[in-house]
Design a protein around this ligand. Structure first.
Ligand code: ATP
Ligand code: MG
Length: 441
């Protein structure tokens, strides 16, 4: 394909070079195998806990995210891909996360009417961030939501479930941080106490802290200024403002985690980015991925469904960033990157193409994965393609075989002689060769 850059003025007809949108990646076939393997592993793991698939649209009305995520969050303030549909004026947004859409669907279809629901979804989400390693504008999440459950047991189940996943994937250095955010009224009391505390120590505040004192006093706790560390460390803690119910919930989660032998770090500064969280929040973090080390974040959002117009419905969920998880997986494991292919069919000579075509279909009927060579070429060049195809076996059909009603078989993953197989019981013979016990001839 010819290309032209914008400065090219020799011809106005040259097509502009088309490229993917910045921060949005193509997944090419070799990586595609890794994605498929990861997704398969995830689906098996999810079904072991009874989670079922839910799919919601990639596009939602912008109002859903404004209300569901919160106006003063990073996502809503600066990360959403929002636009007006020029055909009808609708204000739409590419989903920046799954929870709001799933909550909307829960309300719209009365999903938790008869019983609580364990659901998951997987797919692309969109955030207008500065692209860098582990941070993209289109990325993928596995999102898991337990809708209609209020007890600490489900919070612990989600965490235990995640720890099983890391174990199954061979990831042994993912650490868990947890915190309890309490309820909105408790956070408000804490906030007021923080403001009072910092006001009483106003002489020690730097410029940043003064600016944040009334808009976002929590952020002062995150200060990087060494001169303010001590002040921040001695500030009132949210944990001191939790009521009995919040405390009991948190203790309930922790004791189940202790029973399950799961280690955690209590991080009082873990608040998560979205407005709707309450009680339990958690993140799983690794040091292997550079700056973007959080692979999973989640928490309870008992108020969200009501805020969106549904009946009060307690719920908790988490999202895993799949690009980050896959990168980590490939760093720790060396997974196969060959496709799961059984047979590559090579054919040459008068009349062989038609017969090869029908034999390949018969083999597929019997359950084998088969690639039929397309495009002609010498036996030698076809065999080269068979070798790199990842297939376990090549089946070769020439004019002699066609005349004799046979096929030559060659195992590609081991040194072996050729085997002559009969066409009329081909599938059985292939099965014997691939899986039969050590027969050699
Ligand atoms: P971060 O602090 O890294 O921005 P976040 O709090 O915005 O993360 P969540 O909204 O909790 O992230 O999303 C869940 C997970 O999705 C994250 O833990 C991370 O693994 C992944 N993730 C978030 N933003 C991106 C992105 N822009 N590109 C790739 N993965 C992302
Ligand atoms: Mg973010």
């Amino acid at each position: 394909m010819s290309t032209a850059d914008n400065a090219d003025n020799t011809s106005s007809k040259k097509p502009v070079k088309l490229q993917a949108v910045k921060g949005m990646n193509d997944v090419l076939p070799v990586a595609g195998i890794h994605w498929e393997n990861l997704e398969m592993l995830l689906r098996e793991w999810l079904s072991a806990y009874g989670y079922r698939l839910i799919k919601t649209p990639v596009l939602e009305n912008t109002a859903l995210f404004r209300r569901g995520i919160g106006e003063v969050t990073d996502i809503v303030e600066k990360e959403m891909f929002s636009f007006v549909d020029r055909l009808n004026g609708d204000e739409l947004t590419l989903r920046p996360e799954f929870t709001a859409g799933i909550a909307r669907a829960t309300i719209e279809h009365n999903l938790t009417y008869a019983a609580p629901q364990r659901v998951y979804s997987m797919g692309p989400v969109f955030r207008h961030e500065r692209p860098q390693r582990g941070r993209y504008r289109q990325f993928h999440q596995l999102d898991v939501e337990a809708l209609g459950f209020s007890g600490p047991d489900i919070d612990a189940e989600l965490i235990v479930m995640l720890s099983r996943l890391w174990r199954e994937m061979g990831l042994d250095d993912v650490r868990l941080e947890i915190n309890c955010l309490g309820e909105a009224s408790e956070r408000l009391a804490h906030r007021q106490a923080l403001i009072a505390y910092f006001e009483a120590n106003a002489d020690q505040l730097d410029e940043d802290a003064k600016r944040r004192l009334h808009s976002n006093p929590l952020r002062i706790l995150d200060t990087k200024n060494p001169a303010m560390q001590e002040l921040a460390n001695k500030a009132p803690r949210l944990s001191e403002f939790l009521g009995d119910e919040s405390r009991a919930h948190y203790e309930g989660v922790k004791s189940l985690l202790n029973d399950a032998g799961i280690q955690y770090i209590e991080n009082p500064r873990l608040v998560r980015g979205l407005d709707y969280y309450n009680l339990t929040v958690f993140e799983w973090i690794t040091d292997r991925l550079g700056a973007q080390g959080t692979i999973c974040g989640g928490g309870r959002y008992d108020g969200l469904i009501e805020v969106l117009g549904g009946k009060p419905t307690p719920a908790i969920g988490f999202a895993i960033g799949l690009e980050r998880l896959l990168e980590l997986y490939l760093e720790v494991n060396q997974p196969d990157d060959m496709p799961d292919l059984d047979i590559y069919v090579v054919h040459q000579g008068e009349g062989t193409a038609r017969r090869a075509f029908s034999l390949a279909e018969e083999l597929r009927d019997a359950g084998f994965a088969v690639v039929l060579h397309a495009g002609g070429g010498s036996f030698k060049s076809q065999m080269k393609k068979a070798d790199v195809s990842g297939a376990s076996m090549a089946l070769i059909l020439g004019e002699n075989e066609l005349a004799n009603g046979t096929v030559m078989a060659k195992l590609l993953r081991e040194e072996s002689s050729q085997h002559e197989l009969k066409q009329d019981e081909l599938a059985d013979a292939v099965f014997q060769l691939l899986y039969g016990e050590g027969e050699e001839d």
